[in-house]
Design a protein around this ligand. Structure first.
Ligand code: G3H
Ligand code: 13P
Ligand code: ZN
Length: 315
């Protein structure tokens, strides 16, 4: 069942975070639904601009509608990830999405507010909620100077002003993470002080953590052993998710880790079975592995086991 993102946030706030997983294809969709049902978790499907362009924007929509029929017990929201203004309007008007993210964080503070406010007005008129971003995502090492870190991180006072002036429903905050597989070269530092400051200024307001893949070292080792070259990849310590959730993070975005599962499965498969060429053979392995990966991630997020409780809230 496709539900509004707001309802999921309401149920999760302060207790656990909802996993927001990017998908691009059929095998990911199947693994995603199976893994979330396996772990009895509500979830958010994220579609990026790149995912919409990968085949045709209607293809993923069709896949998700079909998955909704195949897995009627699933409860999830559909979200545009890192949208620009034009893509946000396209998704808002499509009648399919639960929520959109307008990413205008690269603009000045006032311009970010102006753009976000236009998207919020359009989305709210159609019953969708909006996520915006404030601050610059980027790995912050433990030994980085405070002044350098502060320049990137979200300022809690600005966050309050931003939310008041835009009416936005959730906020992606920069707390020291970055996208992709190479987040830190030294040891990581997640800035819980930023979350604490925002929670104090905006009690009950949902925050979003981007760039939250853990980049498991065992996964990286296996990929490299099977011919990959991604040495030095490092991610976020998943044991920190629950602390973030208590401080108001209700959505945690994970894409890279899923790509690593895909890469490991396919590299190992073709290394071990060089004579094979049926795409369904590694596809079946990937769907199972991806489902297990999602279920394990939901345990870390704390969302596992909350499906029936959400179902009751919805009736
Ligand atoms: O934050 C970006 C997500 O990982 C989506 O990546 O734009 O390559 O689809 P993408
Ligand atoms: P990762 O690259 O850490 O998976 O982050 C994904 C993300 O933030 C999608 O918006
Ligand atoms: Zn992101």
């Amino acid at each position: 069942m496709i539900v509004t993102t707001a309802k999921l946030f309401e149920a999760a706030y302060g207790k656990y975070a909802i996993g927001a997983y990017n998908i691009n294809n059929l095998e990911q969709a199947m693994g995603l639904f199976r893994g979330n049902l396996q772990s009895k978790a509500p979830f958010i499907i994220q579609i990026s601009k790149g995912a919409r362009k990968f085949t045709h924007k209607l293809m993923l929509e069709g896949l998700i509608r079909s998955a909704d029929e195949v897995f009627p017990e699933a409860i999830f929201a559909v979200h545009l990830d890192h949208g620009d203004e034009e893509t946000c309007y396209d998704c808002i008007n499509s009648g399919f999405y639960s929520s959109v993210m307008i990413d205008a964080s690269h603009h000045s503070f006032d311009e970010n507010i102006a753009i976000t406010k236009r998207v919020v007005d359009a989305a709210h008129a159609k019953g969708l909620v909006v996520e915006a971003e404030l601050g610059q995502l980027g790995g912050v090492e433990e030994d980085v100077k405070v002044s350098e870190a502060d320049a990137k991180l979200t300022d809690p006072d600005q966050a309050k002003e931003f939310v008041d002036r835009t009416g936005v429903d959730s906020l992606a905050c920069a707390i020291g993470t970055s996208h992709g597989a190479f987040k830190f070269s030294g040891s990581q530092s997640l800035h819980f002080d930023v979350l604490e400051g925002i929670q104090k200024n905006l009690p009950g307001f949902p925050m979003v953590m981007h760039g939250s893949s853990s980049v498991p070292q065992e996964e990286v080792r296996r990929i490299n052993e099977a011919g990959g070259k991604i040495a030095g990849a490092k991610g976020v310590d998943a044991s920190q998710f629950k602390r973030a959730a208590e401080l108001g993070v209700t959505k945690i975005n994970i894409d890279t880790d899923g790509r690593l599962v895909w890469t490991r499965v396919h590299r190992e498969f073709f290394r071990d079975f060089p004579e094979k060429f049926d795409l369904r053979d590694p596809g079946v392995i990937f769907m199972n592995e991806y489902a297990n990966f999602i279920a394990a991630k939901n345990e870390k997020l704390g969302s596992a086991g909350h499906l029936d409780e959400i179902r009751k809230l919805l009736v």
